[in-house]
Design a protein around this ligand. Structure first.
Ligand code: SF4
Length: 296
C-alpha cells in the first residue's frame, strides 16, 4: 500500500544562468561550425548533458594535447590561462563558455595578485579551482576545510585575501572566514559564492526539515549537487543523490518508518527533463495519490 502523500519541489533548483549560457554556446557552436568541435572537459557537470553532446558528434577531451584542429569550447567552469594559450598556439579556435561569475573571480585575482597573497577556499580537484589557481599559481594556496585553514603558516609578512569557490557551502565558508579573520584580522575577504548556489542551498535548508526524505537530482561529478545532499542529511531522515528517475527504489518509501513526504531538488547543472521524470516516477510510486507542490 503506497504511503507517499506529498512531493515538495524546492523553490530554487536546477539549471542556473551560467549553465544555460554554456549549453547554448556549445549548441550554437556545434550547429554553426563545419569543422571539428571539441569540448574541453565536461561542458557542465551532468552526465545526461555530456552524453547529449557526445551523441551529436561533439567530441570531449580532458586535455588540450588531445585536440589538433577545429574549435575548442571552454566549459562553464573555466580553465587556466596557460591552457588557453596552448590551444591558441596549436591554431585552435577558442569559444569560451566560462560563467561570468567564475570570470569575476579571475578578475579579482588579476587585480590583487601583486599586492595580496590569496587563500582560496575550494575543492583542489575541481575544474573551477584549477582555472582559478592558474591565474596566479605562485600567489594562491587552496584550502579544502577548516583544518587546512588552521594549519597554514602565520604569514605575518604577507597581505592576505580570501576567495571562495562559487559552489561552496555557505555555512562552511562562514566558519572558514571567521577562522581566517581570527588568525589574520586584516585579511581581505571576497565572498565569491554565486547567487544561484546560495538560493539552492537556502531553499533546501528550509525544505529538508519539513520532509522525511530529500532527493537531489544531479551527477556525482556535480559539486553543488553533492553539497545539497550534505546540507540535507542532518535535517531529514535520508538524503540521496540520484542521477535520474531510474535510481529511485520503490522500497525506499516503505518499511518501519515509511516516507510520506519527499522533497526534490536539483543541482545547478541538472536539466529540467530529469527533474520532471523524477516527479513522474514518484507519483507512479504513490499510485497517483501524492500531491505535487512547489515550496512556498
Ligand atoms: S553555479 Fe553559479 S558560478 Fe557555476 S555556472 Fe552556475 S551561475 Fe555560474
Amino acid at each position: 500500500m503506497p504511503v507517499l502523500k506529498k512531493i515538495i519541489i524546492a523553490r530554487h533548483h536546477g539549471f542556473c544562468m551560467g549553465v544555460k549560457r554554456a549549453i547554448k554556446i556549445a549548441e550554437d557552436t556545434a550547429r554553426g561550425k563545419s569543422g571539428r568541435v571539441t569540448i574541453l572537459k565536461e561542458i557542465v557537470h551532468n552526465d545526461a548533458v555530456v552524453d547529449k553532446f557526445r551523441r551529436q558528434g561533439v567530441l570531449q577531451v580532458y586535455s588540450v594535447d588531445d585536440v589538433d584542429e577545429g574549435t575548442l569550447i571552454i566549459s562553464a567552469h573555466g580553465v587556466e590561462p596557460a591552457i588557453k594559450q596552448k590551444a591558441l598556439k596549436k591554431g585552435l579556435t577558442l569559444v569560451d563558455a566560462t560563467c561570468s561569475l567564475v570570470r569575476r573571480i579571475y578578475d579579482i585575482i588579476d587585480k590583487i595578485k601583486n599586492e595580496y597573497y590569496i587563500i582560496h577556499f575550494g575543492d583542489p580537484g575541481h575544474d573551477e579551482t584549477q582555472g582559478i589557481v592558474g591565474h596566479a599559481p605562485d600567489r594562491i594556496t587552496v584550502v579544502f576545510n577548516e583544518e587546512e585553514m588552521l594549519a597554514l603558516p602565520d604569514w605575518k609578512d604577507r597581505r592576505l585575501a580570501l576567495t571562495v569557490q562559487t559552489t561552496a557551502d555557505l555555512e562552511d565558508f562562514v566558519t572558514v572566514q571567521k577562522l581566517a579573520r581570527e588568525k589574520w584580522p586584516h585579511i581581505k575577504v571576497y565572498k565569491t559564492i554565486c547567487n544561484a548556489t546560495h538560493q539552492r542551498q537556502s531553499a533546501i535548508l528550509e525544505l529538508a526539515p519539513t520532509v522525511d526524505m530529500v532527493l537531489v537530482v544531479g551527477s556525482l561529478t556535480s559539486a553543488n549537487s553533492k553539497r545539497l545532499v550534505k546540507i540535507s542529511e542532518p535535517l531529514c531522515r535520508r538524503a540521496i543523490l540520484i542521477n535520474s528517475e531510474e535510481d529511485i527504489q520503490p522500497e525506499w518509501f516503505q518499511g518501519k518508518e515509511p516516507v510520506t513526504t519527499v522533497g526534490v531538488t536539483a543541482g545547478a547543472s541538472t536539466p529540467d527533463f530529469l527533474v520532471k521524470a523524477v516527479i513522474e516516477k514518484l507519483v507512479r510510486i504513490s499510485d497517483g495519490q501524492a500531491r505535487v507542490v512547489v515550496q512556498k
